[in-house]
Design a protein around this ligand. Structure first.
Ligand code: RFL
Length: 392
């Protein structure tokens, strides 16, 4: 098989890149290890930045966001027994965030790729990437137990944190930066109407909690827990009692309880691999970076990377220039470090760290007071939460 751009992984990064390249007349093939249904139904991210929504709309993918997406103007931080909302729409002069689940984004992208007759190989693990230092890289894969090859001009690793691409870059050429947090999130999906229309964060001495809207009758809730927590140790009663304690405040409706239909634990880490390119291999999305979910930046950052890369590939194929391709990693990393700063900073501010002294706890509280109680604090949060500009 031969194509111009070989893409590994059919997550949001791979699908969006293929869509953008197609609109510019550039051929690609996506190779994905999992089943199509698995990729399409995987429950993950829920909050989209304004830039991601604009990008989807500009690329003809905005119809269902218009129908199902919930535009958000405010976020409510609850601490010290009170509500401290930040109106990020007002603080930024009109920018928003949208609650629109990742599996819906993936569905929109899959539908567009299918309608365009795109080449997507599912249940096809990539086993090796070769020749990235030359001009004719090869992606080796296995389909139904039979080995296959994809010859291409460029390979893009959109294969997530546990993918194969990052490891194709020689160890001496790359550097890993990471931080593992001493807690995780127990996430549940409940058949209960959200208590309010805005995402609500509880910063409590027992630990962090979050309430987010999925649909008008389904709520997504998270609780800080041990990183290796067994979700079975959390009975429904224990979950609801912890959620009430961390999220409810006097004078506002308490969170609504309902049947819990899903339960799972997510570990929390910050991770960045640089550079995000080597020879003819480019990394995008979780393959290059992970952020703790606190800032809701993973999917959005994946979209930012592929916007930069699609533009660079377009410049290469249509104008014969390598400038943007050569700068890809540098361009993405500059923005990504700002995103890491925001996500790690917020993660540290809102969680409870066992063993922290009263001094550190009071500083944490002062950070929350500054962020929610001053114009500068609210603006800084709002600019980052609704999404920094993408320098494509
Ligand atoms: P993905 O989605 O992990 O897709 C990678 C794909 O590559 C495939 N693959 C391979 N295919 C072929 N051969 C191989 N050898 C392969 N190895 C791997 C995999 O099967 C998979 O299909 O990466 P991508 O595209 O970079 O997208 C990243 C996002 O999925 C991720 O950043 C977000 O889900 C993170 N995230 C959030 N991001 C946000 O922007 N806003 C949020 O509100 C938000 N909330 C979250 C989140 C992630 C969470 N979890 C579960 C980690 C909440 C949670 C709980």
């Amino acid at each position: 098989m031969r194509t111009q751009v070989g893409i590994i992984g059919a997550g949001p990064a791979g699908l969006m890149l293929a869509h953008m390249l197609h609109l510019e007349g550039i051929e690609s093939v996506i190779i994905e290890r999992s089943k199509r249904e698995h990729v399409q139904n995987r429950l993950r991210a829920g909050v989209l930045e304004q830039g991601t929504v604009e990008m989807m709309r500009e690329l003809g993918l905005g119809e269902r966001i218009g129908q199902l997406g919930l535009e958000q103007h405010r976020i409510d931080f609850r601490f010290g027994g009170e509500s401290h909302p930040i109106d990020f729409h007002e603080a930024t002069g009109g920018r928003s965030a949208w609650v629109y689940p990742q599996h819906e984004v993936v569905k929109d992208l899959m539908a567009a790729r299918t309608a365009a007759g795109a080449q997507m190989l599912f249940e096809t693990p990539v086993t090796a990437i070769e020749g990235i230092d030359g001009t004719r890289p090869v992606v080796r894969f296995e389909k139904d137990g039979v080995a296959g090859e994809l010859h291409c001009d460029f390979v893009v690793g959109c294969d997530g944190f546990r993918g194969i691409s990052r490891r194709a870059i020689p160890a001496r050429e790359g550097q890993v930066h990471d931080r593992i947090y001493p807690f995780g999130w127990l996430g549940i999906l409940a058949e209960a109407p959200p208590a309010t229309n805005e995402v609500t964060w509880g910063c409590h001495e027992d630990g962090f909690a979050m309430m987010s809207i999925r649909t008008p009758s389904v709520t997504r809730l998270y609780l800080q827990c041990e990183p290796d927590e067994n979700p079975d140790h959390w009975s429904d009663d224990r979950i609801w009692s912890a959620l009430h304690k961390r999220l409810d405040v006097p004078g506002l409706p308490p969170i609504n309880e309902g049947r819990i239909t899903q339960k799972g634990v997510t570990a929390m880490r910050s991770f960045l691999f640089e550079p995000m390119q080597h020879g003819r291999l480019f990394l995008a999305g979780d393959a290059a970076h992970i952020v703790p979910p606190t800032g809701a930046k993973g999917l959005n950052s994946a979209m930012a990377d592929v916007k930069v890369l699609a533009r660079a590939l377009e410049q290469h194929y249509q104008r014969g220039s390598q400038d943007l391709l050569a700068r890809y990693s540098k361009t993405c990393l500059k923005r990504m470090w700002l995103v890491q700063r925001f996500s790690a900073g917020l993660c540290t501010m809102v969680h409870s760290f066992a063993g922290d002294s009263s001094f550190v706890r009071r500083l944490q509280r002062a950070d929350l007071d500054y962020m929610t109680g001053t114009t500068a604090g609210r603006l800084q949060f709002s600019e980052n939460f609704t999404g920094l500009p993408i320098d494509a």
